[in-house]
Design a protein around this ligand. Structure first.
Ligand code: GLA
Length: 331
């Protein structure tokens, strides 16, 4: 009996030691891609930063690539395969590329996970087989709408004199969900539906939102006050800048974005308040660090990521954003 125990112990130790060696050897060879649609946007830079943190901690390499359209994305996949990567995380420039991305990744022998924007198939249905991490878009949108309604009430504005700039990008499901959630919460708080004014943006950046908002603002000189919401901080910043250029400042504009990265922080740090009233801070740490780690674990240990992870957000304003970022472990 004693003898048996000794042998078992020895074998166990050997197995553990070998296991340890094997996983170190694997980690050394692991290379993942982290491909994003808008590398100039602070949110995506933060995702990259946190993906790099995961790589440094576990000893794998993160190849960061910006792909603004389908052609660049397909080239990125081929490039990753050519340089020996085993998988990649992607926020696609167009969710409709879903089937093409899945096919290209498969052909290249690369594991695939998506972040932020979920792939859809030819019928517009989400491709559930590809692991995905996104935000709880509708709930976060509702938080935006509730924050807007609360501030309208706090300022004692008559809702009949308030216009809501709905900066929309309907071709992206997470954008439609966020904007829809905000709108539902506004309406639930008694905001008049007729005062919700759609401002579709051609791209998801500040300039496109500014152009969209300018048209709507010019069409409604009758409205005294404004609120603005959209897909992200950039959308709301565009609306805020458009209003400023027409003389509508912080006193008559309440913008609440989604994100909480540098675009929002810069705004909060300006000496005087602007119409950018708040943002729902979401976590680039979870989206960058965790997805990179998930991909690594999948490659190194065969552990498949959860099929769907939705992350939450927290409202931050000029006076409390620093604490919110600390609480979320972002700064
Ligand atoms: C989309 C938006 C980004 C960011 C992420 C968060 O990709 O375009 O700005 O909000 O979602 O998941």
């Amino acid at each position: 009996m004693r003898q048996f125990h000794k042998i078992a112990l020895a074998l166990g130790l050997t197995a553990a030691a070998l296991g340890g060696m094997a996983s170190t050897a694997k980690a050394e060879g692991v290379k993942i891609g982290f491909v994003v649609k808008q590398p100039e946007e602070p949110w995506f830079q933060d995702e990259w930063k946190f993906a790099d943190t995961a790589g440094a901690e576990k000893g794998f390499e993160v190849v960061k690539i910006g792909a603004a359209d389908g052609e660049q994305l397909m080239a990125a996949i081929d490039n990753l395969a050519a340089q020996g990567a085993q998988g990649f995380v992607v926020c696609t420039p167009d969710v409709n590329l879903g089937p093409a991305i899945v096919a290209r990744a498969e052909a290249a022998g690369l594991k695939l996970m998506t972040v932020d924007d979920r792939l859809v198939d030819a019928s517009g249905a989400e491709i559930e087989a590809v692991p995905h991490m996104g935000i709880s878009a509708r709930k976060i949108g509702e938080d935006v709408g509730a924050a807007l309604a609360a501030e309208i009430a706090a300022r004692g504005w008559n809702p009949a004199e308030v216009g809501a700039l709905r900066i929309s990008y309907e071709q992206l499901p997470t954008a439609a969900d966020r904007v829809g959630g905000a709108e539902d919460a506004l309406k639930a708080a008694g905001f008049p539906e007729a005062n919700i004014l759609d401002a579709p943006q051609a791209r998801t950046d500040t300039e496109a939102a500014l152009n969209a908002a300018t048209i709507v603002l010019n069409q409604h000189p009758d409205l005294k006050h404004w609120v603005a919401y959209g897909l992200n901080d950039e959308a709301v910043l565009g609306a805020v800048r458009a209003a400023e250029s027409l003389g509508i400042g912080a006193d008559n504009m309440i913008g609440v974005g989604i994100g909480g990265a540098a675009s929002a922080i810069n705004e909060f740090e300006k000496p005087d308040p602007t119409g950018f009233f708040g943002t729902i801070v979401i976590s680039p740490k979870r989206h960058g660090y965790e997805t990179a780690l998930n991909m690594y674990e999948w490659i190194a240990n065969g552990t498949e990521p959860e099929k769907l992870t939705l992350t939450s957000g927290s409202l931050a304003k000029r006076d409390d954003y620093k604490q919110v970022l600390v609480d979320l472990g972002i700064q």
